[in-house]
Design a protein around this ligand. Sequence first.
Ligand code: NAP
Length: 559
Amino acid sequence: MTSNKSADYDAIIVGAGFGGIRSLWELTQLGLTMKCFEAGSDVGGAWYWNRYPGARTDSEAWVYALNFAPELRDEWSYSERYPSQKEVQGYLGRVADRFDLRKHIEFNTRVAAAYYSDDDKIWTITTANGVMTTARYFLPATGPLSVAKELPFSGLKSYKGEWYQASSWPKQKIDFRGKRIAVVGTGATGVQIIPKLAPDAKELTVFQRTPNYVLPGRNYSIDEHQSGEIKESYDATWNRARLHSSGLAMTPSGKMVEDMPHADSIKQTLDSGWESGGFHFQFETLDDLFTNQKSNDIASEYIRQKIRAIVKDTETAEMLCPKHPFLSKRPPCGHFYYEAFNRPNVKLVDISRDDIEIYEKGIRTGSGMEHEFDMIIFALGFDAATGALSEMDVKGSQGKSLRSFWAKRLETFAGVLVPGFPNMFPVCGPHVPFGNMPVVLDIQVNWIGKTLRYMEERKLVKIDVTEKAVDAWASHLDAAFGATLFAESAKASRAWFVGANIPDKAAGVLFYFGGVPTWTAWLDKESNTAWASMDFSVRAEPEVVGKDILDQRSSVKVT
Ligand code: NAP
C-alpha cells in the first residue's frame, strides 16, 4: 500500500559529528531537504563531548578529515600528526560554516524515538521534548562510540569530592593542581588522560583492571612544508587509505613470520613499526599479526619487553604487561603513557581480582583497602556500535523494535541497511569495517548518496534489504572475524568491539573485520547491479508505476 502523505523533510539526520556533517553535505548535493538533530550545542559529535585532557586522534591527521570537496584540502591544515580534540572540533565547525550546513542543524535536541509508517512510508522522529518531525529517509549518524558505559558504582552518590566522566567532560577548565586524583579505566581514553594529568596532580592513582598494549604515538607538529606535502599527495593518500584494511594510509610490509627465519630480522621489522609510532606497529610490520599465533606471540612479547624497559619499577612494569594476545583489545595510542609511571607521584593499583566501589572519601577495593581522593575520573568506555541506536526507541516496519531485534541477533546488510527498517541508513553503526571512521564513513555516505539518487530518479519510495542478502552478509562477517586469532580472546578480555565490555550485552562481533576494500566491494556490487539485494516500492502515481524501473532492472522486486 502506498500513500501520498508528504513529509516535513526529505531526510532527517541524527548527530552532527563526522558522519552527520558528511551526510548533510551529501544530501545537499542531491537537492534534498533535510533536518539534523544534535544533542550537543555545537557540531563535533564524539569530539564535542570527549573534551577531556589529552584527547586527540589516534589516526594521523591526513586521514582524519572529510574528503568531499577540494576546498577541504586547500583551506585547512591540522597542526599536529594526531590533532587535538579542540582542533578536530574546530575543523568540523569550519566545515559546517564553509558549506553552510549549520542552518539544517537543530542543536541541544536529543532524539527520543523514530517510528516508520508502512502506510505513509515516512519516518516520524520525536525529540526528547516531544516535537515530532517527519521525513522520507532516516539517517542516524549517532556514532559508534557515543553512549558511555553506565557507571556501576552505587556509592558514587555519597562521594564528597569532584568526579568527572571522560566522555562528557565539562566545558569549564578543571584545576588539577595539588590534588589527589584517581583515574579508573586504562583504555584509549584513560591512556590519554593519565600522562596529561600526572605533572599537575599531587598524587595520581591509576586503577587498572586489564592492562593494554599501548603503542607510542610519537606525535609531532606539522610544519608548513609538510602541510604542503599533505595537500599535494592528498588524493593518493586517500586512495591508499581506501585500499587499506582499516582505512589508514599504511602499506602492509609483505612479511610473514614464517618467511623470516632470523629473529634479528623480525626484531628489526618490529623496531621500525615501533619507531614509526601508532598503528604503524600493527599494520606495517608482520602482515600475519591478526591471524598467526606465532607472529602475534612475538609482537606481544616485544611490547611487554618495551614496557619493562621503560617502566623502572619492576612490579609496576609487570602489572602493566598484558597477558591477552595483542589486538584482542583495540590498542591505545599513548603519548608518554608508560613513562608517566616513572613519576614519584603516579601509582598503579591492580584491580583485576579486586572490584572497586566508591565511598564518601574515595575508592574502596573489594579487599577493603581505602584510597582517599579529591577527584575521581572515570574512563570506562562505551556501549559501542549499537548503543546509541538502541538508546532511541526505533520502530521499523510493522512496529518492529530495533532494540529488541538486535538484542536477539545483530542483523544488517554491510552496516548500511537493517532488514525491516526501510529507508533507514545508519551511518557508522554496527558492521561497518573496524578502522578509521572518517574514511569508512566517506565510502558509506557516498554509497547512501548513490542509493538515494537512484531512488529519487525512479520515484522509489521505499528500500529494504532481503533476508537472503542479510544472511549472506552475516555468514561473511562471521567468517571474517573467525579468521582472526582473537575471535575468542576478544570476548575473554572484554573488548568493546564484541560488546563484551557491557554487562548483559549479547556478545558478538559488532564490526566487520574483513577490511575496507572487501566491504567496499560488497557495496559496489549493489550499486553496480541496480541494488539487486534490495526490495523497492514505487510511488503511487499511476503514470510512474514500476515500468521504468522494471525496464532497467529485471530482478527488481517492486511492492
Ligand atoms: P575502553 O577501551 O572500553 O576502556 C575502558 C576501561 O575502563 C578499561 O580499562 C576497562 O577495564 C575499564 N573499566 C570498565 N568498567 C570498569 C569497572 N567497572 N571497574 C574498573 N574498570 C572498569 O574505553 P575507552 O578507553 O573509552 O576507549 C574506547 C574506544 O574509544 C577506543 O578503543 C577507541 O576506539 C576510542 N577512542 C579513541 C580515541 C582516539 O582516537 N584518540 C581516544 C579515546 C577513545 P577492562 O579492560 O578490564 O574491561
